[in-house]
Design a protein around this ligand. Sequence first.
Ligand SMILES: [Zn+2]
Length: 65
Amino acid sequence: MAAIVYDVVCGMSTEEGNWASSAEYQGKTYYFCCDGCKGAFLKSPDYHLSNFAEEHPGIDPSPSG
Ligand SMILES: [Zn+2]
C-alpha cells in the first residue's frame, strides 16, 4: 500500500505517486497537487512546513521522504 503524503501548501492528501509535482527541501521530498503549490512552497518552505505542523499535529507530510 502506498504511503499517504500531504501537500503542505493546500493541505490535500493522496497516495504517493498520484502527485503532479514534487520538490526537495532539506533532504526530504515533498509532493504538490500542482506547480502553483510547488512554487508557493519553494518561495517560503519554512512558513508552509510550520503552518502544516500547526494544522496537522504529529503528521509527517512526507513519511518516506
Ligand atoms: Zn496543492
